[in-house]
Write a new protein. Structure first.
Length: 415
């Protein structure tokens, strides 16, 4: 996620997209109410950043203890890496399909009106997830509004990071895996006697979540009983497979990041000149919710008390004007909130800062920034864009200086 800065000579706002480098580590999945209360509780941590993070001495805080689990010295999270913390006995009692824990320690999470927080080595809360009624949960054990809660044996799994648990998490079967859009191999094997056939068909991973703004690739392999040629039909494209070994053929299937969620057919046709055989399989594309901003820095010189300036956005990502773009594969609505700009003990009230998603500061797609999130129902289609414009009025009584605040931009799937 990018950092976006509004740098002004006398007044300055810093605009930060969600999940910046200072908040790279998140709680990705929580299983707090397993079918078995012995050794079944687990928490998956995920590094959203592109650099390794030292998490030695970090703790998991629950209602039972402010340091219910402590990560040992030498604990690192690699870029886009995960670390699974589980209750004592996890390995012996877990479902065979679930991964082994990276760290086992006694964990106590309550099943109702509770939560868990990840704290760094200095005790600062890095992330938190709560479930149930907020009135019964300590405020440092959840963000925004707690999730209503998961059924017994089900996990809470993060789909986005807007600092609102009810919007960021969904109930799901436990998996403790993060889809990163890496190449996912699956194989079609052909086994036959004298006939020209596709020997066996096998899909090792049947679904994939495209990387926001990038997409996904899947490695396809086919083995024939005898020499021939192989083509695949996927998403309307015909793809030739290359023979990489005797009777063994491979290619890479590309999935655009904006491809709609659903099940898609992959048709494979093999021929030896006299015989032709075909087979089909299904690949599932999972829903992804993401938003991006195309500028790195916004600037306006000589901001004068009593004056109003406008930073104008547009829909064209090739210009230097701010543009929001749907980097996921589902229509989204936009969430905006802000932190009050401060200069020492002085502050610039957010009532002086307006935003617009259509260039009109009086339309339904505009508003005055607040510390609480506002949702603008734009139903922005995948890969579509919107202008992001800001209007800043500097009071005539404002004290000269650099005022630092934050604008938080998020997205949620349109309903």
């Amino acid at each position: 996620m990018k950092w976006v800065k509004l740098a002004w000579i006398r007044w300055m706002l810093t605009v930060t997209l969600l999940a910046g480098a200072s908040q790279a580590i998140v709680i990705q999945e929580v299983l707090y109410d397993p079918a078995s209360e012995s050794g079944g509780e687990a928490v998956l941590l995920y590094n959203q950043d592109n650099v390794s993070v030292d998490i030695s001495g970090w703790t998991l805080a629950t209602e039972a203890s402010s340091a219910d689990a402590t990560l040992p010295p030498g604990s690192f999270l690699s870029p886009k890496g995960t670390l699974l913390v589980a209750d004592i006995g996890w390995e012996a009692t877990k479902d065979p399909s679930l991964p082994s824990a990276d760290h086992e320690e006694s964990i106590t999470m309550y099943n109702t009106d509770s939560g868990i927080a990840l704290k760094d080595a200095s005790g600062l809360v890095v992330d938190a997830v709560g479930w149930g009624s907020p009135g019964g949960i300590p405020p440092d054990l959840y963000e925004g509004t707690p999730h209503p809660g998961a059924s017994e044996g089900m996990s809470l799994v993060r789909t986005v990071d807007t600092d609102d648990n009810s919007a960021d998490f969904v109930e799901s079967e436990p998996s403790f895996i993060v889809f990163e859009g890496e190449e996912i191999p699956f194989m079609l094997e052909v086994n036959a006697s004298d006939a020209f056939v596709v020997m066996n068909t096998n899909v090792s991973m049947a679904s994939v979540a495209p990387v926001p703004g990038v997409g996904a690739t899947i490695a396809l392999s086919v083995e024939l009983s005898s020499p021939g040629t192989v083509v695949a039909l996927f998403l309307g494209s015909v793809i030739d497979l290359e023979e990489t070994d005797t009777n063994f053929y491979q290619t890479t299937l590309s999935i655009p990041f904006y491809q709609s969620p659903g099940d898609y057919s992959v048709g494979v046709t093999a021929s030896n000149g006299t015989e032709t055989v075909t087979t089909n399989m299904s690949i599932g594309i999972l829903p992804v919710t993401a938003i991006g901003l195309d500028v790195v820095e916004l600037g306006y010189d000589k901001l004068i008390p009593g004056k109003t300036i406008i930073i104008e956005g547009d829909k064209d990502p090739t210009t230097d004007k701010p543009t929001l773009r749907n980097l996921g594969n589902t229509p989204v609505d936009i969430l905006l909130s802000a932190k009050t700009p401060l200069f020492g003990s002085k502050m610039l009230s957010l009532s002086n800062v307006k935003f617009s998603l259509d260039g009109n500061f009086s339309s339904a797609l505009s508003g005055t920034l607040k510390t609480t999130a506002q949702t603008k129902k734009v139903s922005l289609a995948p890969n579509a864009t919107l202008p992001l414009s800001l209007q800043v009025k500097v009071p005539s009584t404002a004290t000269p200086g650099s005022y630092l605040g934050a604008l938080v931009i998020g997205a949620k799937e349109s309903t």
